[in-house]
Design a protein around this ligand. Sequence first.
Ligand SMILES: Cc1ncc(COP(=O)(O)O)c(C=O)c1O
Length: 405
Amino acid sequence: MKKTTGMNRAATARWRPATRALRGGTWRSEHGETSEALFLTSGYTYDDAATVAARFAGEAEGMTYSRLQNPTVAMLEERIALMEGAEAARAQASGMAAMTAALLCQLKAGDHVVAARAAFGSCRWLVDSLLPRFGIATTVIDSADNAAWEAAIRPNTRVFFFETPANPTLDIVDLGFVCGLARAHGITTVVDNAFASPALQRPMAFGADVVAYSATKLMDGQGRVLAGAICGTKQWIEEVLLPFQRNTGPTLSPFNAWVVLKGLETLPLRAHKQSEQAVALGRFLEPRITAAGGRMLHPGLESHPRHQLAKAQMEATGPIFAFDVGTRERAFAVLDALELIDISNNIGDARSLMCHPASTTHANMGAEARAEMGVTEGLLRINVGLEDIQDLIEDMDQALAAAGI
Ligand SMILES: Cc1ncc(COP(=O)(O)O)c(C=O)c1O
């Protein structure tokens, strides 16, 4: 197998983002295939016993077992690291496998974590339920309040954990400030960059230590597989993450890795076009929603309190936004009247999808936590896809009218 492109080659470092997304991490076999090969194998064979012993001892390069390495998965890891501007990346079985591994691999009983209160429901479950069960204290704060990050630091604070933009309230964290604060206190930042993808935002450029992904979202981009990834320095990945990953096994299947590799080829194009469409649909909706007494939560619109910051730290503001129509009844009426946009709780897909977070993605967290993070009963979240924007506007127009908005 020939590594035609690799992270250590000077050429790849010069490549611009679209080239990295399409060609980064391509290893070609002796057949010279254009598209990456799919290695559906759990194990490997060896010419002699000394070879396998050297590989297990870490003295020779080469695959030993697909929980540890697989050529298709390795291609994906190399491409994601290159797109992120990270020294290394490891693929994970899902986004939640990535978040769990990124936290548990480095924390122990007696540590303290500061986390953003606005977050995907399962990410909040890690912070509110899982970590405390193992003696790890957690504090949740308003992530848009820079002073709150500083005030929450304790002598045993080890990790800052947050999403930006956050699911589903689109809170924006000041990456430069929060990552700088963490560095100054020897705290590791773990940023969930699922809403943006490396095509729109690269948190490491602002000082983030670890960037974790649900690759199920924009990276796949076509709603096919679950996948995740964690990016960091080579040393952190090898010394902190790998011992945890090797022995607990949240490994990505080679097939799913191959699907995500295909998704990444078009990621920059999709992410930018879907961001443009999200701004256009948001501009159409905003006067209607505000006239009806509702709220728009859209980092791409001037009305978002951190619109300027979002524009400064993101190349484009992404395909997802939310808006509040007042009550659960009205929100359900809008969803039920949709003719083109699907009712679905996934995001990052090339299809437009809409959901009611309070009864789906954030249902399990309890009414109090939902109220605290602004997941109201009238809130709807939309992922804007690649359909003709006029068709999307017409569908929203008729669905709002049907709901009396
Ligand atoms: C911000 C965020 N992080 C993590 C996840 C979890 O990803 P997965 O569904 O791939 O486990 C999601 C899924 O919706 C998400 O929106």
